[in-house]
Write a protein that binds this ligand. Structure first.
Ligand SMILES: [Zn+2]
Length: 213
């Protein structure tokens, strides 16, 4: 199954396999609901099933997000993520984590809808957990991070051969496509903005980030 996020150090936040199963069942009850007479007893029954499944999916997702955001915020002082508002939520989500150095990137895929909902919440959790620990979450413009070679800097759409595989047409550097993008996102930390309010340590964080990058 697809990863939820890729980090610049080559590791991943695994997605939850249960999503796929739940999503199938959700589609089943959705269809069933659509076929019933609205507000009839059977319609209400189907609607209750849909609501129950949605709650369960939400619980599983939140559990996964809390575990991942806690782990990452403990291991890193600064996290750099893609600013999805810049990309208008269209392209596959990506982001970055950083300490001296990690970076997170969301994955598109079958359970994209569920993951997309999770990405905003993941960002929120990472933001406040990093602040608790005296760190910061940085957001950067993700443009071209998928098409740029993290090894030589060459930018080309042809670098991205498949969803998962990156191979630079200039220098032949090969990597997981999301890991490659995560490294590029990390390198943009110098031009990042602080995600959570006016952090008093924005200045020093920026300096630290530049040093690291
Ligand atoms: Zn290259």
């Amino acid at each position: 199954m697809a990863q939820f996020a890729a980090l610049s150090n080559g590791t991943f936040v695994e997605s939850v396999n249960a999503f796929k199963k739940y999503e199938k069942r959700l589609a089943f009850y959705d269809r069933r609901m659509a076929r019933k007479v609205k507000f009839s007893a059977n319609w209400r029954k189907a609607k209750a099933n849909v609501s129950r499944l949605q709650r369960r999916i939400g619980n599983v997702r939140n559990d996964m997000l809390h575990k991942a955001s806690t782990r990452i915020s403990k291991n890193h002082a600064v996290v750099v993520m893609e600013d999805l508002r810049i990309t208008n939520m269209t392209a596959s989500a990506k982001g970055t984590v950083e300490q001296p150095g990690t970076n997170v990137r969301a994955k598109s895929g079958l359970n994209r809808r569920i993951l997309d909902q999770g990405w905003g919440e993941f960002r929120r959790q990472l933001g406040y957990k990093l602040e608790w620990n005296g760190g910061a979450l940085l957001l950067v413009d993700p443009r071209n991070t998928s098409r740029t070679c993290a090894s030589c800097g060459h930018v080309s759409g042809e670098n991205r051969q498949t969803q998962a595989a990156f191979r630079c047409v200039a220098c032949n550097h090969a990597a997981n496509a999301d890991t490659n993008a995560a490294i590029n996102i990390l390198r943009r930390a110098g031009s990042a903005r602080i995600a959570c309010g006016d952090s008093p340590f924005g200045e020093s964080m920026k300096q630290e980030t530049q040093r690291v990058a």
